[in-house]
Design a protein around this ligand. Structure first.
Ligand code: GDP
Ligand code: IMO
Ligand code: MG
Length: 410
């Protein structure tokens, strides 16, 4: 079975936790987009792992992970990350593969990324990892791919700095390189394969809040091109979302907490949800759950089911609010607008639901959840038109409630 796990907001929804949880049953985990701009956190026992390029299935000794075609890979970041995993006792050798069609990120891209963003009249607040530059060069047909590392006639056209940067990684990368299309074509169709997204669909180049997006395809469709399979081979799409919203960097965020009561809520959410960037350490902007945006993402991706994370962060609240429409200068809007400037002018119309005011940390099944929490979940399901299949009530593996097993669905 081929299962896609994608972010359904602006990233950091808890994909790393979910992928790690679901990968227990997967033989292969293929990351299909993004680069070292991503930061995925996995907590296993007392140990916390932070991965940026390496797929979040890496903690299982019998699972192979692949950095897919849709990724942009900085080899220095990759090998630094692998070294950290080694120090943390993860034996990754022979289990990490890299698509020969993936693009490389060279040091000059990082510098240019930072400089370009600084010089923008309205900076995007990029992670400075060279991501936008790598994808731009890819689209302009001037990029450098993993397959090129074997082609002296291509390498000799690069400048000295780029060549000497790549040199030390060539031998290490060689045994990891794979023709992903052939590899996937030969994979046993009875085995479980998980396609892991990075970022979130609201940061997707086409679906997101353009131009305040990243440059890859984090949407479900990216799993096909970026994961080496035809779109009809995707069996199920899970969208991960938090009980609230966060955003790192600039761009419209209609439900962002503001002054007064919601400033207090922002503080609480940021501290309990550990809402600080894994890659840059920046404090994440926080706000109410935006159901208008979530419904748009469910429709745009054909999401089969949702995984709701961070529900525990609202444990102490008397009421829990979610945005159900936007007020604009031209009246009420109940769909997600294409224009970032219009979205900037949107003010949330929120609905308050009763809070549960009790700890969810030890809930093991849907039936363990208080009625207020299940009512909230049912309200979300009805509004966006997709079932919440998984509920996460903490960062630990065992704080995950499966209502139905996605690997058993077709
Ligand atoms: P990703 O980029 O989608 O993988 O998410 P990040 O790792 O950047 O951010 C999610 C953060 O929330 C991490 O610190 C996780 O350990 C944590 N987390 C994940 N799920 C939950 C949850 O259900 N409750 C709480 N409180 N934290 C969670
Ligand atoms: P994960 O996979 C949250 C944001 C950046 C910036 C914008 C463009 O951990 O969910 P870029 O460097 O990609 O050109 O920056 O995208 N961004 C993320 N925000 N989570 C991520 O990844 C992100 N990856 C990029 O903050 O606003
Ligand atoms: Mg993250």
């Amino acid at each position: 079975m081929n299962l896609v796990v994608m972010g359904a907001q602006w990233g950091d929804e808890g994909k790393g936790k979910l992928v790690d949880f679901l990968a227990e049953q997967a033989r292969l985990v293929v990351r299909y987009s993004g680069g070292a701009n991503a930061g995925h956190t996995i907590v296993k026992g007392d140990e916390t792992y932070k991965v940026h390029l390496v797929p979040s299935g890496i903690l299982y000794d019998d699972t192979t992970v692949v950095l897919g075609t849709g990724m942009v890979i900085d080899p220095s970041a990759l090998f630094a990350e692998l070294e950290t995993l080694t120090e943390q006792g993860v034996n990754w050798k022979g289990r990490v593969l890299v698509s020969d069609r993936a693009h490389l990120v060279l040091p000059a891209y990082r510098e240019l990324d930072r400089k370009m963003d600084e010089e923008r009249a309205q900076p995007l607040g990029t992670t400075g990892r060279g991501i936008g530059i790598a994808y731009s060069l890819k689209a302009a047909r001037d990029g450098v791919r993993i397959a090129d590392l074997e082609r002296p006639e291509v390498l000799e056209k690069l400048d000295d700095e780029s060549r000497s940067f790549l040199e030390p990684y060539m031998e290490q990368l060689k045994p990891m390189v794979v023709d992903l299309v052939e590899f996937m074509a030969q994979a046993d169709s009875k085995e479980h394969v998980l396609f892991e997204g990075a970022q979130g669909a609201l940061l997707d180049l086409d679906q997101g809040t353009y131009p305040y997006v990243s440059s890859g395809y984090s949407a479900a469709a990216g799993a096909s091109l970026g994961g080496g399979i035809g779109p009809r081979r995707i069996d199920r799409i899970i969208g991960v979302f938090k009980a609230y919203s966060t955003r790192v960097g600039n761009g419209p965020f209609p439900t962002e907490f503001g002054e007064g009561d919601s400033a207090e809520l922002e503080h609480l959410v940021r501290e309990l949800g550990r809402e600080y960037g894994v890659t840059t350490g920046r404090a994440r902007r926080c706000g109410y759950l935006d159901l208008v945006a979530l419904k748009y993402i469910v429709h745009a991706n054909g999401i089969d089911s949702l995984a709701l994370t961070h529900l525990d962060v609202y444990d102490s609240q008397q009421e829990v609010r979610a945005c159900i429409a936007y007020e604009t200068p031209d009246g009420v809007l109940d769909s997600f607008p294409a224009s970032a400037t219009l979205l900037e002018q949107c003010r949330p119309v929120t609905k308050a639901l009763p809070g549960w005011n009790t700890s969810l940390a030890d809930a093991k099944s849907f039936e363990d959840l208080p009625a207020e929490a299940t009512d909230y979940i049912r309200f979300v399901e009805e509004f966006v038109g997709a079932p919440v299949e998984i509920v996460s009530v903490g960062y630990r593996r065992d704080q995950t409630i499966l209502r139905t097993d996605p690997w058993m669905q077709s």
